[in-house]
Write a protein that binds this ligand. Sequence first.
Ligand SMILES: O=C(c1ccccc1)c1ccc(O)c(O)c1[N+](=O)[O-]
Ligand SMILES: [Mg+2]
Length: 215
Amino acid sequence: SAMSKEQRVLQYVQQNASRGDPDSVLAAVDKFGWETEWAMNLGDVKGAILDRFVKETAPQTMLELGTYMGYSAIRIARLLPETAKFMTVEFDQENAAVAREMIEFAGLQNRIIQITSDTADVIPQLKTKYDVETLDMVFIDHWKDVYVRDIKLLETNKLLRKGTVVVADNIIKPGAPEYAEYVRTCGKYDSTFHESRFEYSNDDIDGLEKSVFRG
Ligand SMILES: O=C(c1ccccc1)c1ccc(O)c(O)c1[N+](=O)[O-]
Ligand SMILES: [Mg+2]
């Protein structure tokens, strides 16, 4: 059967990037996104903002909700030390399979724990099954209508501590208004909005919300 878009991107990466070179993998995905087919990767413009947050936070324990093709997982893992524990969760089996190959091509499979499951099931298991105490940083980029459900799950499962940095994509486009409202008004976070551009677009506005848990 014909390849999916995600498989087409993976093939482009395998034919145009250098194995074991994460930056060349990111560049290939972004070139495909700008020049051939749009895809819902974080992308180069918002990616540079996330890079800065990851470098500033230097997390030892990190969680990503929404792996998709693995672009942001590669983006994050390339900045983490070997000793860091980084888990990324994806519900869709096909996307998870593409991500696994993309992450392997980048040579980062030893730095990323890939979990193929529903985040609502994984979050309550992080302490017992994945030996997590608390999270230093979280990147939220899955279905926009479950952002609030999942940050509340992180709270009730005692996975956040004073200073945990929670970053969320797509605050403007497609939009996560209930999430933005929650983190900005619930009193548990110091939250800032970082305006940027939607992935592979020169015109559409989007941005990341960075919310630091007050503990
Ligand atoms: O929801 C969409 C979406 C909605 C409609 C059509 C295509 C994608 C989307 C768009 C941009 C994103 O950065 C992103 O993370 C997502 N997502 O699904 O998580
Ligand atoms: Mg996104």
